[in-house]
Design a protein around this ligand. Sequence first.
Ligand code: TYD
Length: 217
Amino acid sequence: MTRGTFISFEGIDGAGKSTHIERVAALFRQAGRAVVLTREPGGTPLSEKLRELVLHEPMDALTEALLMFAARREHLVQVIEPALERGDVVLCDRFTDATFAYQGGGRGFDWQVLTQLERIVQSQAHAQADSALRQPDLTVWFDLDPQIAAERLASARVPDKFESQPADFFAAVRAGYAKRQAEMPTRFARINAAQTREAVGADVALVVTPWLSRSTA
Ligand code: TYD
């Protein structure tokens, strides 16, 4: 049985999730929990190599989806499952919802194929029930108008393959996240990321607080 807590953080590029993930890590550490801070695509040496490829090389849409899930499989097996087994808190900067939002929503790739890949990749090794897919206990979705996100990104670093997409791509990514939330409403917490950083931080603290002392059995 899993004892840890698995939280993912999602949103379009420029939504500003990174600083808040650090703060959530600090909250859990203060509560005496061991924290594994990680990201997707990435999180293992092999998955980080796949990240380099998938974020910078042009490729076929199915290839892109397969590489996202290949990186995820390694990450689950090598990092996430062992951490949850130990009872740690796993804070993951993006997880499968990003594949549905970016490859499904943004790229328009087949949602049902993604659902099949999710089922293959996230089946739990010792699960009895078919429905027992590994999913985050909580997903904090930083929701932001793509126009505002674009303004925030304009002054930032050199864009990668996704960050350089036009605004309508991000509108479709946002719609992908909304669709995913509608499919799995219980684990999603939508945060209005258009607020000040302090207000966003307060909202994030509110949704993670119930998890600070909780282990999932
Ligand atoms: P991001 O997480 O924003 O990292 P950084 O802060 O270094 O830019 O970048 C990862 C990019 O990969 C982001 O544009 C979303 C994209 N992505 C997908 O398209 N599909 C996925 O399944 C995942 C996990 C990420």
